[in-house]
Ligand binder design. Structure first.
Ligand SMILES: NC(=O)c1ccc[n+]([C@@H]2O[C@H](COP(=O)([O-])OP(=O)(O)OC[C@H]3O[C@@H](n4cnc5c(N)ncnc54)[C@H](OP(=O)(O)O)[C@@H]3O)[C@@H](O)[C@H]2O)c1
Length: 335
C-alpha cells in the first residue's frame, strides 16, 4: 500500500516491491495466485486520506493490499491441503502467498473440475452473496416482483438470473448502455432500467404498478427510498451492498421513509456472504449443472496481469465492469 485515497482509486495508491517466494512453515501452504476477485469494499483497505486507519480498517502503509483469489497449492505442510488443490482465500495482491486456511475469511477448496475463474466469481464471495441472498434471505416465490440494483455487476448478474430461474418477475437496474444491453439480451430480466439515463422513480412506477415484493440492493442511495415507497405488504429488502455510500463524504443520509416497513409488515435484512462460505458446496451443487447447461451464464470482465489490479478496483467505481470483475495472473508457477 503506497498512499491513501484522495480522489479516485488509481495506480498511485499502490507501490511495487519484489521479494523471494516465501517458504511455508509447519501448518502452512504455499499458493500460486491465479485469479483475483474485486469488491467495492476494498476501498476500506486502501483507506481515505485524513481518516484514521483504525476507523476504516485500512491496511498499514507499506503492507501488501489484499483481496479474494483462487490459487493453486504448490507446496504444503498443512494436512488439509495438497499440492494441486485449487483454493479460494483472502490473500495479498502478489504472485505467491503463504496461508494456513484461516484469516479474514476461511479458505476452501474449489473442486478440481471447476474452472478457476468460476471459483473466483460465481463460486466466490459474489456468487455466494447472490445465491443465498435470492434463495434464503429473499425467499422469492414464483410470480413475485423482484427489483435489483447493480444488476449487471458481479453479484447482480448472478442474482438477476437466479431470480428469473426461480420464476420471479425481475426489474433490473444498472448504469449505461453496455450493462443494460447485456441485461436485456442475456440475463432474462423482464424490465431493464438505466439509472444513468432514465427517471428511476417514473420507470419503477410503470414497471411495478402493483408494487415490489423484493428489493435486492447492491447500490444503496436514493433508489432504496424509491423502492420503499412502492413496497408491497410483506415485502423484503435485502441489503447486500451500498457502493454509492462507501466513499460518500459527507456520508449519505439513510432512507427517509423506512417507516414503510412498519406499515407493510415488511423487513429489511443484511446479508454477509462471508458467513455462508462454509456452505459453498451447496452453491456448487446447485449452480454447476446450470452453468454447464448454459441456463446460467457467468458474465465476466477480465483483466490480465497483477499490474492491472488497481484498475480492477477502479472499474467498480467508474462502473466500467460488465459482469464480475476478475483479474487473471500471468506469473509462471515456481519451478
Ligand atoms: N454482503 C456481502 O457479503 C457482499 C458480498 C459481495 C459483494 N457485496 C456488495 O455487493 C455490491 C456489488 O458488488 P460487486 O462486487 O458485484 O460489484 P459490481 O456490482 O460488479 O460493481 C460495482 C458497481 O456499482 C455501481 N456503482 C459504482 N459507483 C456507484 C455509485 N456511486 N452509485 C451507485 N452505483 C455505483 C456500478 O454499477 P452501475 O454502472 O450499474 O451503476 C459498478 O459497476 C457491492 O456493494 C459489494 O460491496 C456484498
Amino acid at each position: 500500500m503506497g498512499k491513501r485515497l484522495d480522489g479516485e482509486v488509481s495506480e498511485a495508491n499502490f507501490e511495487w516491491s519484489e521479494g523471494q517466494v516465501p517458504a511455508p512453515g509447519e501448518g502452512q501452504y504455499l499458493l500460486h495466485n491465479l485469479w483475483y476477485s474485486f469488491d467495492p469494499t476494498q476501498v476500506f483497505l486502501v483507506g481515505e486520506a485524513g481518516r484514521p486507519e483504525t476507523e476504516s480498517g485500512a491496511i498499514p502503509l507499506g503492507e501488501v493490499m489484499r483481496g479474494f483469489a483462487v490459487s493453486e497449492v504448490v507446496e504444503s505442510r498443512h494436512p488439509g491441503f495438497q499440492p494441486g488443490d485449487l483454493v479460494h482465500s483472502h490473500v495479498g495482491w502478489e504472485d505467491y502467498s503463504v496461508g494456513d486456511g484461516t484469516g479474514w475469511a476461511p479458505a476452501y477448496r474449489i473442486p478440481s473440475d471447476v474452472p478457476p475463474n468460476w471459483g473466483a466469481g460465481v463460486f466466490g464471495i459474489t456468487g455466494v452473496a447472490a445465491y443465498f441472498g435470492v434463495t434464503e434471505v429473499a425467499k422469492g416465490k414464483p410470480g413475485e416482483t423482484f427489483v435489483i440494483s447493480g444488476a449487471a455487476g458481479g453479484v447482480g448478474s448472478i442474482a438477476t438470473q437466479l431470480a428469473k430461474l426461480r420464476g420471479l418477475r425481475v426489474v433490473a437496474i444498472a448504469g449505461g448502455d453496455r450493462k443494460c444491453a447485456w441485461l436485456r439480451e442475456e440475463s432474462g430480466a423482464d424490465v431493464v432500467i438505466d439509472h444513468r439515463k432514465e427517471d428511476v422513480a417514473q420507470r419503477l412506477k410503470e414497471a411495478c404498478p402493483d408494487g415490489i415484493d423484493i428489493y435486492f440492493d447492491n447500490a444503496g442511495g436514493p433508489t432504496l427510498d424509491l423502492v420503499l415507497d412502492r413496497l408491497r405488504n410483506g415485502g423484503r429488502v435485502i441489503l447486500c451492498g451500498a457502493t454509492s455510500r462507501y466513499r460518500a463524504n459527507p456520508p449519505l443520509p439513510g432512507p427517509a421513509n423506512y417507516l414503510q416497513l412498519i406499515m407493510l409488515n415488511a423487513r429489511m435484512e443484511g446479508l454477509l456472504a462471508r458467513d455462508y462460505l462454509p456452505r459453498v458446496p451447496e452453491v456448487v451443487g446447485a449452480l454447476l449443472p446450470l452453468l454447464r447447461s448454459g441456463r446460467l451464464k457467468s458474465k465476466e470482465d477480465v483483466l490480465v496481469g497483477l499490474r492491472n489490479a488497481p484498475t480492477g478496483l477502479a472499474r467498480l467505481y467508474s462502473g466500467a465492469n460488465v459482469g464480475k470483475q476478475l483479474l487473471q495472473m500471468d506469473a509462471p508457477k515456481p519451478s
